[in-house]
Design a protein around this ligand. Structure first.
Ligand code: DAT
Ligand code: MG
Length: 132
């Protein structure tokens, strides 16, 4: 069994989508190992998205992700990282197919509802950042 880190972003929380999003992961077969509603400070946001800090949208990304509460989760399951990314859908909601979370609930890459770790190593790192 593998663990991954998934986080409903401020737009998903403010739009009241947490329950529906959590249900999708439960229905797929994930086990919720830990979860919390929390608000990121800039230091945590900059650390989480460190790999993007040279991108032109980095400031906007940090502003957005710290703009309100997020719902952070540790999910466990078979191939959890890859299966969660499949449910989440493509980074740009325009490319995300219907039936994925981003495909169903988002239109804009800058506010794409949800985060999911992209490798087991990053899952471990992100779980450590949020749950310690
Ligand atoms: P993902 O969240 O699918 O893993 P990523 O790690 O490449 O994608 O980027 C992290 C977040 O940064 C992404 O969910 C939304 C934001 N982002 C990515 N590309 C962007 C862009 N071109 N303009 C604005 N925000 C962007
Ligand atoms: Mg990513």
């Amino acid at each position: 069994m593998e663990k991954t880190f998934v986080m409903v972003k401020p737009d998903g929380v403010s739009r009241g989508l947490v329950g529906r999003i959590v249900a999708r992961f439960e229905e797929k077969g994930f086990t919720i190992k830990d979860a919390k509603l929390t608000q990121l400070d800039r230091q945590l946001a900059e650390s989480h998205y460190e790999h993007l800090n040279s991108k032109p949208f980095f400031g906007e990304l940090v502003d957005f992700i710290t703009s309100g509460p997020v719902f952070a989760m540790v999910l466990e399951g078979k191939d959890a990282v890859q299966n969660a990314r499949s449910i989440i859908g493509a980074t740009n909601p325009t490319d995300a197919i219907a039936g994925t979370i981003r495909g169903d609930y988002a239109t804009d890459v800058a506010s794409n509802i949800i985060h999911g770790s992209d490798s087991p190593e990053n899952a471990e790192r992100e779980i450590g950042l949020y749950f310690h």
